[in-house]
Ligand binder design. Structure first.
Ligand code: SAH
Length: 470
């Protein structure tokens, strides 16, 4: 099974840097189901083509751990070695992992460059015909040339089979092209060579986050990507909608590291905020804590450093923030005992989520102002009715304080993604309403230096489940 990727970008050999594969070499990679070979049949300044050749071992597939429930592969004779399927996606992720993730070690500036690219899939089993190919790749901007193969060239009367040779051309980034191939190849085939568990949702969202939410066929894609797992399909679709809603936020999050409002940075307000939240959670006696909208994990790091907390969960809707958190907390390197205490998960605060149940305390730090006001009601139920931790600590900016910051133009909010910023009275009215409706008591604390007139820059509400103190 052969996949080729070509470009006429000048110099075309940039493709080698982008794919992290030297055009001068032929390389072989071991995969659980066979081997992948990478080589370049042409590599000049004007034209460069990289080939990914999969050499699938059909006998190993059947005898190995691969879980082929459908019976097709109970036989040693099958089409797997000859068609692009989920095996190809595994190979793309394994062999071109950096390019897929949008990284380029030697030429970072190339990552975001849109290049004229053509991908050729030698044989793609398309259950749905050419029309499906157009419906899937068309909206993404590809020019599609599909050639259908007869079932058997010696017996024309048998008609045409499900197999196509497909050529896809588009000016896009290499990472986007690989994401499209990774997600869509198994969608045409509709068979997966492994058990489809919840982590498939993560894979789909990680590779599809940037484009799937807007794809008119997102339902079909999700359904076929997660065959026979309706609950996962629903979960993925619900979360895709969230991704779409916060998409521009995702961009701002990366920038946020340096773009915290200037005034806030001078005051190091965020550190004070994390300190105040931590103190409130410690004082509650909680041992199991969830950080909702954990962002890049600043609070998680503090929680991890305190042995009082035996179980720590971070959740955020932004995959990119979670990746940064994972890296910053060095989660793949911490000792096992530490590792068992902490988990970070992808999820949205506006959907009921079983994983949030049974925590003693929840922190929601500078998150509510990112929610659409129309979604606050579902957020309230998710946190205070369903997850229902004994203690909930919420912080949000105090709009009144904005006048103190000369660099912030009058009437503007502190961050481009804030949907609202509340005065103290507005926050307290909301929080008192929540407390009353859901059976909590709430107290308020200022965060940062208090100005006599306009109060402190940030405000914190500490909710305690009322029944606990009775
Ligand atoms: N609590 C972190 C991050 C604050 S920035 C800190 O104090 O450093 C706001 C965070 O809320 C972002 O990481 C954003 O991705 C997250 N967020 C926004 N809407 C969300 C939603 N509906 N569900 C979960 N997280 C959300």
């Amino acid at each position: 099974m052969l996949l080729t990727i070509s470009t006429t970008h000048q110099p075309a050999t940039d493709l080698g840097y982008l794919l992290h594969k030297n055009p001068a070499r032929c390389q072989t990679f071991e995969l659980t189901f066979g081997q992948a070979h990478v080589f370049y049949p042409e590599a000049s300044d004007r034209q460069c083509t990289c080939c990914l050749l999969l050499d699938v071992d059909p006998v190993g597939l059947v005898r190995g751990k691969g879980n082929w429930k459908e019976g097709l592969l109970d036989q040693y004779v099958n089409d797997r070695p000859y068609v692009a399927s989920s095996l190809m996606s595994v190979a793309i992720a394994g062999v071109f992992g950096s390019a897929l993730a949008g990284r380029c070690k030697d030429r970072a500036e190339l990552v975001d460059v849109e290049l004229p690219l053509t991908a050729r899939i030698d044989v793609l089993p398309v259950r749905g015909g050419e029309e499906l190919l157009q419906r899937m790749f068309g909206p993404l901007g590809y020019h599609v040339i599909a050639t259908r193969h007869p079932l058997d060239s010696q017996f024309a009367e048998w008609g045409e089979g499900p197999y196509f040779s497909v050529e896809l051309s588009h000016t896009t980034t290499i990472s986007r092209l690989l994401q499209h191939l990774y997600v869509l190849i198994p969608v045409f085939d509709g068979k997966k060579h492994y058990y489809i568990g919840p982590d498939e949702v993560e894979k789909l969202l990680a590779k599809g986050a940037a484009w799937l939410a807007e794809h008119p066929e997102r339902e079909t894609i999700t359904r076929r990507y997660l065959p026979q797992r309706n609950s996962l399909v629903r979960q993925a679709l619900a979360r895709l909608v969230e991704e779409e809603l916060v998409e521009h936020e995702d961009d701002s999050v990366a920038a946020e590291e340096s773009s915290s409002p200037q005034a806030e940075r001078e005051l190091s307000l965020h550190e004070q905020r994390i300190g105040a939240v931590l103190a409130a959670i410690r004082a509650s006696g909680a041992t199991r804590v969830v950080d909702l909208g954990c962002g890049e994990g600043k609070l998680l790091r503090e929680l991890l450093a305190d042995k009082q907390f035996t179980e720590i969960l971070g959740m955020d809707v932004s995959v990119r923030s979670l990746e940064i958190a994972h890296r910053r907390l060095k989660l793949d390197r911490v000792p096992e005992r530490q590792r068992e205490r902490i988990q970070i998960i992808h999820g949205a605060l506006t959907y009921r989520d079983e994983r949030l149940a049974n925590f003693d305390a929840a922190a929601i730090v500078e998150v509510i102002e990112h929610l659409d006001p129309a979604r606050l009601a579902s957020f309230e139920r998710v946190v205070f009715e369903h997850a229902r931790p004994g203690t909930v600590v919420v912080t949000t900016p105090n709009r009144e304080y904005n006048v103190v910051w000369e660099t912030l133009p009058a009437g503007e909010m502190r961050h481009s993604d804030h949907r609202f910023e509340w005065t103290r009275a507005e926050f307290e009215a909301w929080a008192n309403g929540v407390a009353e409706r859901f059976g909590y008591a709430v107290r308020f604390l200022p965060v940062g230096p208090v100005d006599a007139e306009v109060g402190a820059p940030s405000q914190m509400g500490v909710f305690e489940e009322a029944t606990r103190n009775e």
